[in-house]
Design a protein around this ligand. Structure first.
Ligand code: GLU
Length: 290
């Protein structure tokens, strides 16, 4: 029940690039980042263990290095093939991740809140030793009262080893750390019966007790973001992982970041997907097919 969320110990919050960067330039949106950090530190002050999964590295890096958009057709880099794009993306991520962490460090420091950076690839999860190490690191960080900021290691991840989207990554992090709640913040209020941008009759789903075939049908690929990668389908994939791992999940709108504390307080915000823990759950099984 939502009213139990306030008693949950470990909470993972995922925020996408479009929610913490300026649409016009891709640069970091400091006002929203500041609000996010305040919300998370407050959750920590209230006694929760908090982990942030934050996108934004590529977006911030492209802006910082003044690289023109590499995702739009007709951009100034038309002549470049996929490999060239990958290199640019990886370089942008290297620049942007450092810059993003600098901002997070500064903002968390204002509240005397320790933070840390954890970068992962699919290999971190598939390799038994890497996964074991990652789990231990998270455990230790929680003991030290740190709010870790997690992202995919976009600088070295190519398609073979990438999660591809931070929705999946956040569910993996929730699973590895045995989190109680995953709050997945998006540019949409939650799950609808159809894409509300194209269907005026689409109705909102506030609660899902069982992830069945109906839910799969509702999950249309609806992302319009140029640097984020998750649509509703990736959110449902994330929900499958979280649910099987025993983590409750809420998909909610990042527009009002106050939604974070309201959700934890039990408010009826977003789509609440109940955990249905599978006894034979192995997180690595959810990545093999890609
Ligand atoms: N990891 C990417 C970044 O930091 C974003 C991936 C996503 O939005 O899902 O830019």
């Amino acid at each position: 029940m939502r009213s139990d969320f306030k008693y949950y110990k470990k909470i993972v919050v995922k925020i996408g690039s479009s929610s913490i960067t300026h649409k016009e330039t891709g640069g970091a949106d400091l006002i929203r980042l500041e609000k996010l950090v305040r919300e998370l530190t407050d959750l920590h002050n209230a006694g929760h263990d908090v982990i942030l999964v934050s996108s934004g590295a590529i977006s911030v890096g492209l802006k910082a290095a003044n690289i023109k958009d590499i995702y739009y057709d007709g951009s100034g880099r038309k002549e470049e093939g996929p490999d060239e794009k990958l290199k640019i993306k990886q370089a942008a991520a290297a620049i942007g991740q450092a810059r993003l962490m600098m901002v997070y460090q500064k903002l968390f420091a204002e509240y005397n809140q320790l933070t840390a950076q954890v970068l992962m690839t699919k290999r971190t999860v598939l390799d038994d030793l890497n996964r074991f190490n990652a789990r231990n690191t998270f455990d230790e960080l929680m003991k030290l009262g740190v709010i870790p900021v997690v992202n995919e290691n976009d600088t070295i991840a190519t398609w073979e080893i990438e999660f591809g989207d931070n929705d999946t990554l956040s569910a993996i992090v929730a699973a590895i750390t045995d989190a109680d709640l995953l709050i997945l913040l998006s540019d949409i209020d939650g799950l609808y019966t159809n894409d509300p941008h194209i269907d005026a009759h689409a109705s909102f789903i506030s609660e899902i007790e069982h992830l069945n075939a109906d839910v799969e049908r509702f999950a249309k690929k609806t992302t319009g973001s140029r640097v984020g990668t998750g649509g509703m389908a990736t959110k449902i994939h994330a929900a499958r992982i979280a649910s099987a791992a025993g983590t409750d999940m809420v998909i909610a709108n990042a527009k009002d970041l106050g939604n974070i504390h309201r959700i934890v307080d039990g408010a009826e915000i977003g789509t609440y997907i109940h955990a249905e823990k599978k006894n034979d759950f192995f997180v690595q099984d959810y990545l093999k097919e890609d």
